[in-house]
Design a protein around this ligand. Structure first.
Ligand code: PEP
Length: 261
């Protein structure tokens, strides 16, 4: 059974305009190990500038967008579609990030429709799931993760897509660890990832579950990236704040280093 690819992804959120994106690309350290997928999620307006600057230095960094609408086009002021993201050169789309769920009120049903749209555009959804501190303290971790993943993965249609070779990435991002400086311990991350992998196995197939990368996100820094990535079931990291600085993002990539898988 094939193991998942290892992934280091950076979510810039609403930071870095086109000029800052170009400077970031120029300062990013290369080379990047061939067995590592590095992905950046810039704001949509900085996408073209970042793409051109990375291409100019042959950097093996793929790009994604942070958000899409589930329709392909229409009267949805301010939105972009997955098809547009694909045309612009994106390969990945973040879906269900806790900031989208909490600040913009995105529901599990909207997340499911977005994932469908992302698959339809032949892009890879990076599905974010995670519990709040209150939910963790109330021992509701598995209930919350199961509900958020199940909203997307349990319907048979997803399995058909995955059997047809399309990929999904899952990111476990405990809400209490995002932007707070608090990090889950490697054991906490492994426990949540093991649960998610088990559900994937149940709802898809052993092969799909085995090849689906499950990333950890929540205050990942150069100092803790290697330890988190060496935890069982952790296939990569999704980095917010520390991905904004080319030096710290490069150090995270270096800390993850060439893999042993
Ligand atoms: C994120 O927003 O996905 C994230 C993990 O943020 P941070 O690394 O800043 O906690």
């Amino acid at each position: 059974m094939s193991s998942p690819r290892r992934v280091v992804a950076g979510n810039w959120k609403m930071n870095h305009g086109p000029g800052a994106a170009r400077e970031f690309a120029e300062a990013l350290d290369l080379p990047i190990s061939e067995d590592l997928d590095v992905v950046l999620f810039p704001p949509s307006l900085s996408f073209a500038s970042l793409r051109a600057s990375l291409e100019a230095k042959n950097a093996p960094v793929a790009l994604g967008v942070q958000h899409v609408h589930h329709e392909t086009s229409g009267a949805f002021t301010g939105e972009v579609s997955a098809a547009m993201a694909a045309e612009a050169g994106a390969r990945y789309v973040l879906v269900g990030h806790s900031e989208r769920r909490q600040i913009f009120g995105e529901t599990d049903d909207q997340v499911r429709r977005k994932v469908d749209a992302v698959f339809e555009a032949e892009l890879v959804p990076v599905l974010c799931v995670g519990e709040t501190l209150g939910e963790r303290k109330a021992s509701r971790l598995e209930e919350v993760l199961g509900r958020q993943l199940g909203a997307v993965v349990s319907p048979g249609a997803i399995q058909e897509r995955m059997d047809a070779g399309q990929a999904l990435i899952v990111a476990y991002e405990p809400v209490w660890a995002i932007g707070t400086g608090e990090t889950a311990t490697p054991d906490d991350a492994s426990q949540a990832h093991r649960f998610l992998r088990g559900r994937l196995r149940e709802w898809t197939s052993p092969e799909t579950a085995a090849r689906t990368p499950i990333l950890y996100g929540g205050s990942v820094k150069p100092e803790n990236a290697a330890e988190l990535l060496s935890a069982p079931e952790v296939d990569g990291v999704l980095v917010g704040g520390a991905s904004l600085d080319p030096d710290s993002f490069s150090r995270i990539i270096a800390a993850v280093g060439p893999g042993t898988q």
